[in-house]
Design a protein around this ligand. Sequence first.
Ligand code: ADP
Ligand code: MG
Length: 652
Amino acid sequence: MINRTSPPSLPNPLLELLHVDRHYRAGETSVKALDNVSITIWPGEFVAIVGQSGSGKSTLMNLIGCLDRPDSGQYRIDGREVSGLDPDQLAALRPETFGFVFQRYHLLGNCSALENVEIPAIYAGWEKPLRVRRARNLLTRLGLAERCNHRPAQLSGGQQQRVAIARALMNDPPVILADEPTGALDSASGEELMVLLRELHEEGRTILLITHDDRIAANADRIVSMRDGKIIEESPPRIPQGVNHLQARRRGAAGWFPEVIESCKTAMRALRVNFFRTTLTLLGIIIGVAAVVTMLAVGEGTRQQVLDQIREMGTHLLAVRPGAPGLRGSGDVATMTPQDASAIEEIPNVVSVVPERYARVTARNGNIDYATTVQGVNADFPAVNDWIVTQGDFFTVRDYQRYAPVAVLGKTVLETLYAEGENPDGTYILVQNIPFEVIGVMAGKGADIRGNDQDDSIFIPLTTGMIRLFGQNYLNNITVRVGDLDEIDKTQGAIEKLLLHRHRTEDFRVRNRAAVLETATEAQNTLSVLLGTVGAISLLVGGIGVMNIMLVSVTERTREIGIRMASGARKWDILLQFNTESVVVCTIGGLFGVTAGIGAGMLLSLLGMRVIFSPLPALLAFSCAFATGVIFGYLPARKAARLDPVAALAAE
Ligand code: ADP
Ligand code: MG
């Protein structure tokens, strides 16, 4: 406010309405609530506006209090034209100039008396301790020191109205606007209230009191009578002399952080009030987040398992199999020979080559028979496959060249044919009734990608097998180990060319295990995308649920929004509050979801699934829940922010 130098007898007008009109459109007809109203209020006055119900008193007060704007005419506050200001500018002007007292108190039912009084200071950006101290002082002054923590429902009407006055005084505004403040009170409480208003007036505050009760109006220094939207009678102003009337204060720069904290608290309160409803709404978010977390953990576990196996199989390996490409199970095609294997050895970048032939056989030790697989390989087999011998030795090149009847057992075969702890070295087993000397045992390797037990095998020199067991002279497989992994494609091409040249037809296929690895990883990525989609859809559904419930909440809490706006909340504050609420709801859903997801993952891991939790998917899912709150809360929050303060206050 500006202090102009003017004679003490004639201060500048504080509030000045000139030829103000305000119409309400109700369907086709238009109600003229204010018709060419001009009124001037001087600083420090106590004015009563009287008139019958429907005469336009409340409409006038809403205009004066910047809750509403005139359709035409001028309005000046301390000389400043305000009728052209937009809602946010009015919202900024309101709390520094006016404190409101309403007939129906308009307290927030879920907040204590103290918290109700604090509200204007929150929007003015006060620090918490400061505003609590001031709120407590005000309540104490109004005789409510013992009632600070009571809810409105626990207070009498008179007490509630005093809480409302404390709230109106919170920002220390120079003007108090009271619309039928005694209307809902018994006469004794009404008298007390009038005493209080007189006190405030004596402090230097300008009081505008609306009433239809002449006895109440008698407390004022000037009486303005209205009828049908017009001022019909006005007693002369009695401008107080020598009273230093209060100045409006500029509000501090409201920091957004304390507001967010307050919004979180309000959100938690709203959650508690509608616990069941909110929990149901959250289910979508919880399921979505839990699904993402669990599925990604399981997916990662499976992926690692596959990768481990492929790595164990060796990525430096090429497998050459008989049978045309695209045909399956053509292991019995008798086209690939040990000579092919020898020829492949000559190709550059080929480190070693293992020709292989398998047969199903019956192995016998003493009186134990066991059906297993025998694999004819060469002496390079352990080195090429990175597979070590734990007991004894693998057979040598000499054994291979001499057709030695020696055998190396896989772990499963050992465990089946021999008693535990028995040393098989040097003993003989019968393979298809042909005696073989056991010279070693392979380390356990477990199941391969397809789940076949790789330890359920007996390894013998291919040469021995060819003459004694297999009969015909062809191979099931040639394993080729390459030196330089980067050249593996070139080597593969060279092998294909060589075999094509030797066979004159493509009756073989060469498979690259690095390629198998790539395919497996790709398949896994596809799976992750799929799982992510499931999670995203759940989150979407959850988000829509949250949006829905927030819209309901805005409708239910319209009056609260009006009260907050009358207490100094701008559009942005309301937007922030409701969006924070949806974010809080979704964040809680996200937390529950992550917990549920980890729980489900642990359950699956108990059931034997490999599960790997990493913080990233959990964080991702959680962020998604957060984002859902921001995005789906925006629309309802915007709806709340766009409410008209007068209409919101009038809501049930
Ligand atoms: P008072 O407070 O003196 O009882 P109001 O200012 O509330 O009177 O109302 C003045 C006139 O405007 C009345 O005829 C009332 O019906 C009308 N009115 C008030 N608010 C609205 C509204 N939101 N929509 C339509 N008409 C309204
Ligand atoms: Mg009214």
